[in-house]
Design a protein around this ligand. Structure first.
Ligand code: ADP
Ligand code: ZN
Length: 627
């Protein structure tokens, strides 16, 4: 039943396959227990059944097919959309002693032939392939001549035509059901919506599969959204106060702001590289590789960056612009902290974001239905931004998972609850100003000029149009300009004010009526000053690493010593540092304080192969730092 295997011969099986799985988990991967549904999924596939797995990023999907592939006879074929990442995926498996390979167009003819020979000789545990190659008759024929343990279809949501990552090549994968009826198949994705789930089940012909839907919560990610004032400065503060020397992703909407932000950070001594679809493919690939390999590099990117990026130690994801939907936001922020260590999802958003996105939707291509969709995505995103209750509760509710009313304790709202104020009169003043300007002057303005009128501040435009004669001139002088900006942003998010036309001029929104008639009260959040530190931050020194949260000062020094050792090993072997050991494992080593190689073997993430390879080096690095 068990395949002959160089590192992990799951020797005796006193209590059945579940025990064999645990043994592989511990000897090969160095972990001592399964997470969530992992054990059940592995059992389902190992015993020959199909499975559909919905699990958030970082949930541990890979083990769900890697372990069954080791337990079953033959080779597991992994379908993965991104050729560029295959060699890293294979290297990560080889690092723990698994016999892995890939077949794709980057291989020379003779290299591909060698892999095919190994496959036929039963010498490969896991074989990676892109869908377009898999469905070629030649490949199907090759696979028929090999012994197969399973098919794992990674990023299975790519088969969904209505999803955000549709790849036509995934459609062809439906042939596997008929071509290999006896080989178990497992489809995996981190996309949570029920619509995608149903669609992929149908298109991949997984009628007989067992379905495993995990909680989509990512408890180690701290969600924070703050008003945009000077976004780059705010970002810089986040990095230098909480994430110095750590890896992160910064998302911007436009290519231009990607370029300028990357340069701006570099100029300030923070290593950052741009990534967007306008860059030459070679440059893009190079930047991606450097990001994966370096410890502590920041990538500034448009949403073109990220799918399939398995880097587990991304410590923060920052958004400098408002994402278009909660789905997008959750996918992007989900790339932080895959290793389960503390990570930050931070976003700065402002009035301008709301106005420009509304404008973008209205003036964009697409029919009414499409625009309505886009608008409702944006509304949901805005509601998340302007909420005065726990962000995680809202996020999960959006994905149909109810945490009840339990606040999470790890978002900015929970850590630092906003105060609210009765803004009914302020909202009426804004609406009156919009109405008077329109009726009496035939004018509509963006937020800047509206605030000038509310404050009664003269400028060329107001002089020309004699705004000071209007009854609304200066009626808002009780609030500051900053407070008005905050109020306008929140009124926009709630549809009390709307933005229209090419210039995003403000008009009364759909919800304005009841407010004007004093039938609805408006409660707004007091503006939060951008630099306000979160409570968790105050316990850390500047420049401390989030991964090392919870470590004592002396332990942090040992952690840093281990990171240095890891960088030198990774550089020498030309692999990313996380393939040596993850941050989580480094933290566990520091806390265990192993005095011998034997003691090290009990640490989570230290499997047999890595123990033999790195044990002495780790002890030496720890010894050196203790002095
Ligand atoms: P996903 O593909 O779902 O995003 P991965 O398979 O990359 O997640 O796993 C995320 C991280 O969690 C990896 O570093 C992995 O080694 C680790 N991991 C997975 N399962 C376990 C486990 N049972 N115990 C400890 N760590 C685990
Ligand atoms: Zn919360």
């Amino acid at each position: 039943m068990t395949s002959p295997h160089p590192v992990a011969p799951p020797t005796a099986e006193p209590h059945g396959p579940a025990n064999a799985a645990l043994e592989v988990l511990s000897t090969v991967f160095g972990y001592d227990s399964f997470r969530g549904d992992q054990a059940a999924i592995i059992e389902q596939i190992a015993s020959g059944g199909d499975a559909v797995v919905l699990m958030p990023t970082g949930g541990g999907k890979s083990l769900c097919y890697q372990i069954p592939a080791l337990l079953r006879q033959g080779t597991g074929v992994v379908v993965s959309p991104l050729i560029a990442l295959m060699s890293d995926q294979v290297a990560a498996l080889e690092a723990v002693g698994i016999r892995a390979a890939f077949l794709n167009s980057t291989l020379e003819r003779h290299e591909a032939q060698a892999v095919e020979q190994q496959l036929l000789a039963g010498e490969i545990d896991l074989l990676y392939m892109a869908p377009e190659r898999l469905v070629l008759p030649r490949t199907i024929d090759l696979l028929h001549r090999a012994e197969l343990s399973l098919f794992a279809i990674d990023e299975a949501h790519c088969v969904s035509q209505w999803g955000h990552d549709f790849r036509p090549d995934y459609m062809g994968l439906s042939v596997l059901a008929d071509a290999f009826p006896t080989v178990p198949r497992v489809a995996l994705t981190a996309t949570a919506t029920e619509a995608t789930h149903q669609e992929l089940t149908e298109r991949l012909r997984m009628e007989e599969a067992k379905h495993f839907v995990s909680s989509f919560d990512r408890p180690n990610i701290q969600y924070r959204i703050e008003p945009k004032a000077t976004p780059r400065e705010q970002l810089l503060r986040l990095i230098s106060a909480e994430h110095e020397g750590e890896s992160g992703i910064v998302y911007c909407l436009s290519r231009k702001s990607v370029e300028t932000t990357a340069k701006w950070l570099s100029d300030r001594g923070i290593p950052a590289l741009p990534y967007h679809a306008g860059l030459d493919a070679r440059v893009r690939q190079d930047h991606q590789e450097r990001f994966l390999r370096a410890d502590g590099l920041i990538i500034v990117a448009t949403i073109a960056f990220g799918m399939g990026i398995d880097k587990p130690d991304v410590r923060f994801v920052a958004h400098l612009d408002l994402p278009k939907s909660i789905e997008g936001y959750y996918q992007e922020t989900g790339r932080a902290g895959r290793d389960g260590q503390p990570a930050t999802a931070w976003m700065a958003y402002g009035l301008g974001d709301v106005v420009s996105q509304r404008k973008f939707i209205d003036s964009g291509e697409g029919n009414e239905q499409f625009k309505r969709n886009a608008r409702s995505h944006l509304e949901a995103m805005l509601a998340l931004c302007e909420t005065v209750s726990c962000r995680r509760v809202q996020l999960l509710r959006y994905f149909g998972q109810d945490m009840g009313s339990t606040a999470c304790g790890n978002c900015d709202i929970c850590l630092n609850p906003p105060q609210t104020w009765d803004a009914t009169v302020a909202a009426q003043k804004v609406l009156s100003a919009l109405i008077r300007l329109d009726r009496e002057r035939g004018q509509k303005f963006g937020s800047g000029q509206i605030i000038e009128v509310l404050l009664g501040r003269e400028n060329d435009r107001s002089r020309q149009s004699r705004h000071e004669e209007l009854s609304v001139w200066g009626i808002g002088s009780d609030l500051s300009e900053k407070e008005w900006r905050s109020a306008l942003r929140q009124l926009l998010a709630r549809g009390i004010v709307d933005a229209e036309g090419d210039y995003g001029v403000l008009v009364p929104g759909a919800q304005a009526g009841p407010v004007l008639r004093s039938e609805a009260a408006v409660e707004l959040a007091v503006d939060r000053t951008p630099a306000k530190p979160s409570r968790s931050r105050s316990v850390r020194g500047g420049g401390a690493s989030r991964a090392a949260d919870g470590l004592e000062i002396a332990e942090r020094e040992r952690f840093e010593a281990l990171r240095e050792w890891r960088t030198s090993v990774a550089t020498e072997k030309q692999i990313p540092p996380y393939m040596v050991f993850s941050d989580a494992t480094l933290v566990a080593i520091v806390q265990t304080r192993p005095a011998s190689v034997g003691a090290l073997s009990g640490v989570s993430g230290v499997g047999a192969k890595k123990l033999a390879e790195y044990g002495e080096g780790v002890l030496a690095a720890l010894g050196g730092s203790a002095a």
